[in-house]
Design a protein around this ligand. Structure first.
Ligand code: MTE
Ligand code: HPA
Ligand code: MOS
Length: 809
């Protein structure tokens, strides 16, 4: 049917039924029920610990906390130009606005005017130098949120600035050698060549490919925006409720801004309505500002952004620009690759350096590169400071090699899957990454074999060729792309965690750990680990809000390590309690402590069975400590930042996806018809939660590569796409009608928590397959003769431009 896609869509009832379609394929509920009966509490599709609260609207987010009497509201006045000098602010007029209690500028911050996470280059309020359009210049505190926002909206009129010409693109920053951190170089040769030698190897190869690629950024679009609620406490203390992935860092930065010690500041987060990396560092500006106002006024102060301000103030995924030069052989094997990556870092360093490090360490993706020269530049621009977003540079690094391999296959007129396979890391040889960590747990060969089979890749490849041969307007495309993703923070000391487990005398259990809940199911998994360790039902364990006064010096919940780190720490705490309980049971009832068994809420000791709570009561009377702390530090990690080598990752997570699309070559519209995913989470702690993470990451990554486009005005530097009206994230209707997500069978080779693997970020790379399926369809529009110059995001406009190019060329 060669009707336009839009009319096909109208004709087709919207099908959102990925669950019914293939329920049996995805979860083995009978096996899980048997394991549960035998006492297992991990490996079970336990519902999210807050599922009922979420769907009934009774889950408490920061803005839902009942406000204390006397609470004031803060709003931020934003810079009206992207670069230049702040000349003056009409503070008198601001102070005279209805309801306004106080206006703050940089001079009113008692401690340091800085919220920078690594490099201290992020002013809370503008210190004279205007860095981007939207930068907070003043804060206004009023009796109501409405009054504060009305006053702040006068910023455009009341701020006098001397405007300069902004630097907006990574290319422009690169041309001016303007970077937020020094350039990074990762040059590695398996045959001892220097960079000139690698370049010569590329030139001497049977085939050569040179090109450039643009990949756009992405807004986190957490449903709950940035928010902090600061409550002054006695003797200079501050209690901050903050939607943040990093309570400890918020604690430290608030303490610096207030000029007090860390012990005076308590930061608490029960849950976030999504973080996606956007609350790893960038929650700090709001935590600091609300706290400064609360301290100065000695009244509670809430600062909640509206969506447009959130877009205008905070950064997001870095867009990247690449220039590449590769040499390859007749089989499409890469013999040498040189790549320059330039990111749009924005006005400050934020996390741009570790993001670029991860990008450079993921350019290899699943492929062995014998000779590689990589150069990473974090371009300093007059835009929001870009930051963490699910994948943290990994997706930006890996998409470049995928683009290169896709192009090589097209130049050789081979199936891209064959070329990808020819480059896969080996298992025993050809398995050293550019940063010299060996890949020891490679499952990509069997995983891709299984997926190729289950998705009927070859048969569909033939069917699509047949369809395209007779379909002049609609073209179909297909692609299979693999993922290999390194798990651990690429900063060694972040890989540690702590937990506290309390067993109360009624046998109920409370667990607190350093991780934060953002919907990903961390609390559910940690509570499962504790229930499993103590042999009790899940319902007996309650997870509490993350709180810097309970577990100190925590890392961000990031790098997908939440469960790996906090799960191990909580297991350590629970195990200590179990061992004390076992010793108590043996002392009272006989037998050896090692033989005491805990399962299904029962304790078996010397042939007797007693309930868990009975033993807990006995242990209390025997003065046994019924609570414990726990700690974990990931073993075996190393990283030399200068040489860019070491063992930055504890293990790798793998996955692959096959996507099929149809593209309307007259309008550039497209539709994802079917996606098949096989993803490696090791031995899943919770298959339902893991599948949810894979599905969510897939659709989120698809949005990044297709519909989500950020546009800054090329002269003024105004971010013009700052609301859902102009920035298009995917919805339920963008899920493919056929969406088969399966978990790969196999345990983690490393001793992770119950041999599971991290799941949060790696599946964000799976929808590369959607982008390359679109590129495949575009290539078909040109009879597979020309390389489609498709850039990301592949918006309908970008698709049409690429079709125009392949049909012209
Ligand atoms: N899932 C939901 N529902 N909401 C989120 O904000 N963030 C992602 C991922 N999955 C996120 C999510 C990101 S960026 C990371 S690093 C991990 O969750 C963090 O949690 P984990 O380490 O516990 O997996
Ligand atoms: N991921 C997320 N946050 C980080 C990382 C990382 O790899 N390294 C430092 N901060
Ligand atoms: Mo995730 S980007 O590491 O918060």
């Amino acid at each position: 049917m060669n009707q336009p896609i839009s009319s096909q869509l109208l004709a087709r009832p919207v099908a959102f039924a990925p669950y019914q379609d293939n329920h049996g394929l995805r979860l083995d509920s009978a096996a899980e029920a048997r394991a549960h009966a035998a006492g297992a509490r991990v490996g079970i599709s336990q519902a999210h610990e807050s599922a009922q609260l979420h769907v009934t609207g009774s889950a408490t987010y920061t803005d839902d906390i009942p406000e204390l009497a006397g609470t004031l509201h803060c709003a931020l006045g934003l810079a009206p130009v992207a670069a230049g000098r702040l000349l003056s602010i009409d503070l008198a007029l601001l102070a005279a606005q209805p309801g306004v209690v106080r206006v703050f500028t940089a001079a009113d911050i008692p401690g340091s005017n800085d919220w920078g996470s690594i490099v201290h280059d992020d002013p809370i309020l503008c210190d004279g130098d205007i860095r981007y359009l939207g930068q907070p210049v003043f804060a206004v505190v009023a009796e109501s949120r409405e009054q504060a926002r009305r006053a702040a909206a006068l910023a455009k009129k009341l701020i006098q600035a001397e405007a300069a010409t902004p630097v907006l693109t990574p290319q422009d920053a690169h041309a001016k050698s303007q970077y937020v951190v020094p350039p990074m170089h990762l040059v590695r040769s398996s045959s001892g060549l220097d960079e000139a030698g690698i370049q010569a190897r590329i030139q001497a190869a049977p085939h050569r490919l040179q090109g450039q690629l643009d990949v756009g950024g992405q807004e986190q679009f957490y449903l709950e925006g940035q928010i902090s609620y600061a409550i002054p406490k006695e003797a200079g203390g501050m209690h901050v409720h903050c939607s943040t992935q990093h309570p400890s860092e918020m604690q430290h930065l608030v303490a610096h801004a207030l000029g007090v010690a860390a012990h005076a500041v308590l930061v608490e987060c029960r849950r976030m309505g999504g973080g996606f990396g956007g609350k790893e560092s960038q929650s700090a500006l709001f935590a600091c500002m609300a706290s400064v106002a609360a301290q100065q006024l000695q009244r509670p102060v809430k600062l909640r952004l509206d969506r447009d301000d959130d877009f205008m103030i905070t950064g997001r995924r870095h867009c990247f620009w690449y220039e590449y030069d590769v040499g390859y052989d007749d089989a499409g094997r890469i013999l040498g690759a040189a790549v320059t990556m330039v990111s749009r870092a924005g006005h400050s360093a934020d996390l741009s350096a570790p993001v670029m490090t991860r990008a450079l360490c993921h350019f290899d993706n699943a492929y062995w590169l014998p000779e590689v020269a990589m150069h990473g530049f974090c371009g300093k621009t007059n835009t929001q400071s870009n930051t963490a977003f699910r994948g943290f540079g990994g997706p930006q690094g890996a998409i470049a090699i995928e683009y290169i391999l896709d192009s090589i296959a097209r130049q050789l007129q081979q199936d891209p899957l064959a070329v990808r396979r020819a480059n896969f890391y080996g298992t025993a040889t050809h398995n050293i990454t550019p940063y010299l960590q060996p890949v020891r747990d490679n499952v990509i060969h069997e995983l891709v074999d299984q997926l190729e089979e289950r998705s009927s890749y070859q048969a569909r490849r033939a069917a699509i060729a047949a369809f395209n041969a007779t379909s002049p307007v609609l073209k179909r495309g297909l692609a299979l792309t693999p993922v290999k993703f390194g798990i651990s923070f690429n900063v060694k000391h972040f890989n540690q965690a702590g937990a506290l487990v309390h067993v109360y005398t009624d046998g109920s259990i409370l667990v607190n750990h350093g991780g934060t809940e953002m919907g990903q199911g961390l609390n559910t998994k940690v509570a499962q680990v504790v229930a499993h360790e103590l042999g009790v039902d899940f319902a007996r364990v309650r997870a509490t809000a993350t709180d810097t006064s309970k577990v100190a010096n925590t890392s961000a919940t990031a790098a997908s390590t939440g469960t790996d780190l906090n799960g191990k720490a909580a297991q350590d705490a629970a195990r200590q309690i179990r061992e004390r309980l076992a010793a108590c049971a043996a002392a009272r009832h006989g037998g050896a402590a090692e033989d005491v068994r805990f399962a299904n809420g029962q304790v078996t000791v010397a042939g007797k069975t007693i309930s868990f709570e009975t033993l807990v009561g006995e242990a209390y009377l025997d003065r046994v400590q019924l609570w414990s702390d726990g700690f974990y530090a990931t073993p075996g990690l190393s990283w030399d930042r200068e040489k860019m080598q070491g063992n930055p990752f504890y293990y790798f997570a793998y996955g692959a996806a096959v996507s099929e699309v149809v593209v309307d070559t007259l309008t550039g519209e497209w539709k994802l018809l079917r996606a098949d995913v096989l993803h490696d989470v090791g031995r899943s702690l919770n298959p339902a939660v893991d599948i949810g993470q894979v599905e969510g990451a897939f659709i989120q990554g698809m949005g990044w590569l297709t519909t989500e486009e950020l546009v800054w005005h090329p002269q003024t530097g105004l971010l013009m796409t700052h609301a859902p009206s102009t920035y298009k994230i995917p919805t339920a209707n963008d899920c493919p009608p056929e969406f088969h997500v399966q978990l790969f069978e196999g345990a983690n080779a490393m001793d992770s928590i119950h041999r599971s693997k991290a799941v949060g970020e790696p599946p964000l790379l799976l929808p590369f397959s959607v982008f390359f399926a679109i590129r495949d369809a575009v290539a078909a529009a040109g009879g597979h003769q020309a390389l489609p110059p498709l850039q990301a995001p592949a918006t309908s406009e970008a698709i049409l431009r690429a079709i125009g190019a392949v049909q012209a060329g």
